[in-house]
Design a protein around this ligand. Structure first.
Ligand code: HMG
Ligand code: MG
Length: 290
C-alpha cells in the first residue's frame, strides 16, 4: 500500500446520518446498519452520541448501542460534549470487553452555532470539554475534535478563516490535534474551503485533519478534491447521504460515503472499503429514514 494514496474514511451515518430523524429508530435497526457497515471494510464508524436526550432524542439509546456493537476490532466512535456525557459513556460500557475507544468533542468556529448547538459560547465550550477530555484520556480513550461551521454559519454568515484557525490552534495547544473540519451547512466552495484550509494547516498538520462535508450545493466532491490537494487524507461521510444537524437550519445530508469512495477510487486512491459491498447497503440505510 502506498501510504500517500491511502484515504481514511470515517463513516458517520449511524450518528450524523440518523440524529435528525424525528421518528424513533429501534436499537436493533441501528445495530443492523452498523453490522452491515462493519462488513464493508470500513474501519471507523461513529455510532452515536452521549448528548442530552432532550436536545437529540434519536441518540438517547446510544448506551444500548455501545453494549452490543458487532466486530470489536473496528474503531467505533461516540460524540461526547461534557462530563455528564462521559459519565453516561462510562456507565454504558461498564463490564464490556471491547468498548468504543474513540470519542469526539464538537465545537464551533462561529458563536451563533455554538449557542444553538451547545447552548454556550466558544470559550465556554472549551471550558466544558477540556476537563472531560482530560478524564477521557486518563481512561485511555482517543479524542477527536469536530470544528463546525468552518466556512459558513446559518446564524453568523461567512466565517473568517482566521477564526477557524484560532479554534484549531487552541485545540492543538491542548493536545487535541486530531481534528475534523465541518462544513455543517454545505455552503463551502472549493475557494472558501481552500482558503480556510490554508489558515488551519498553518496550525495543524494535514495528516491530522479530516474534511466533513455536508452537500447542500453539490460542492462536496470538489471540496474533497481541494482538501486532497492540500494534503488531507481523511474524510467523514454518511452512507446514502443521510444526515443533517437539528441545530443548523438548512443542514442537509452528509456527502454519501459510496459517492466519496467511488470518487476516490476513480482518482487512484485506496480506502480499504469494498465499494460493491457498500453499495449493497445503501438502500437499507436510506430505508431507515421516515
Ligand atoms: P444545556 O441545557 O446547556 O446543559 O445543554 P445543562 O448542563 O444545563 O443540562 C441540562 C439538562 O440536560 C440536565 O438535565 C442535564 O443533566 C442534562 P435536567 O436537570 O434538565 O433533567 N444533560 C445531559 N443529559 C445527557 N447527556 C449529557 C447531558 N448534558 C446535560 N451529555 C448540552 C448543553 C451540551 C447538553 C446540549 O446543548 C446538547 O446536548 N447539545 C448537543 C447537540 C447535538 O448533539 N448536536 C448534533 C451533534 S453536532 C453535529 O452534528 C455537527 C458535526 O456533525 C460536525 C458538523 O457537521 O459541523 C459533529
Ligand atoms: Mg455533521
Amino acid at each position: 500500500m502506498n501510504a500517500a494514496n491511502h484515504v481514511e474514511i470515517y463513516e458517520v451515518g449511524p450518528r450524523d446520518g440518523l440524529q435528525n430523524e424525528k421518528q424513533p429508530i429501534s436499537v436493533d435497526a441501528k445495530l443492523d446498519l452498523i453490522g452491515r457497515l462493519a462488513k464493508t471494510g470500513l474501519q471507523n464508524i461513529e455510532v452515536g452520541s452521549f448528548v442530552s436526550p432532550k436536545w437529540v432524542p434519536q441518540m438517547a439509546d446510544t448506551d444500548h448501542i455501545v453494549k452490543a456493537l458487532p466486530d470489536p476490532l473496528l474503531n467505533y466512535q461516540v460524540l461526547i460534549p461534557n462530563m455528564r456525557g462521559l459519565d453516561g459513556y462510562f456507565a454504558a460500557v461498564e463490564g464490556i470487553d471491547h468498548p468504543p475507544k474513540d470519542i469526539a468533542i464538537f465545537l464551533s468556529a462561529s458563536e451563533g452555532f455554538s449557542q444553538s448547538n451547545l447552548n454556550c459560547s466558544i470559550d465556554e465550550s472549551f471550558d466544558r470539554a477540556l476537563p472531560m477530555v482530560d478524564a477521557a484520556r486518563k481512561a485511555g480513550l482517543n479524542v477527536r475534535s469536530y470544528i463546525s461551521c468552518v466556512t459558513d454559519c446559518p446564524f453568523d454568515g461567512p466565517i473568517a478563516p482566521e477564526r477557524v484557525a484560532t479554534v484549531a490552534r487552541r485545540l492543538s495547544e491542548n493536545g487535541l490535534d486530531w481534528q475534523s473540519l465541518g462544513d455543517t451547512i454545505g455552503k463551502g466552495t472549493p475557494d472558501t474551503i481552500g482558503v480556510m484550509l490554508d489558515a488551519v494547516l498553518s496550525e495543524v498538520p494535514a495528516k491530522n485533519v479530516a474534511g466533513h462535508f455536508h452537500d447542500t450545493n453539490g460542492f462536496a466532491l470538489q471540496n474533497i478534491d481541494v482538501s486532497l490537494s492540500k494534503g488531507l487524507r481523511a474524510f467523514d461521510a454518511s452512507i446514502g447521504g443521510l444526515g443533517g444537524c437539528p441545530y443548523a437550519p438548512g443542514a442537509p445530508g452528509n456527502v454519501p460515503t459510496e459517492t466519496v469512495i467511488a470518487h476516490l477510487h476513480a482518482a487512484g486512491f485506496e480506502t480499504g472499503v469494498n465499494l460493491d459491498d457498500l453499495m449493497a447497503q445503501v438502500e437499507f440505510a436510506k430505508g431507515l429514514r421516515s
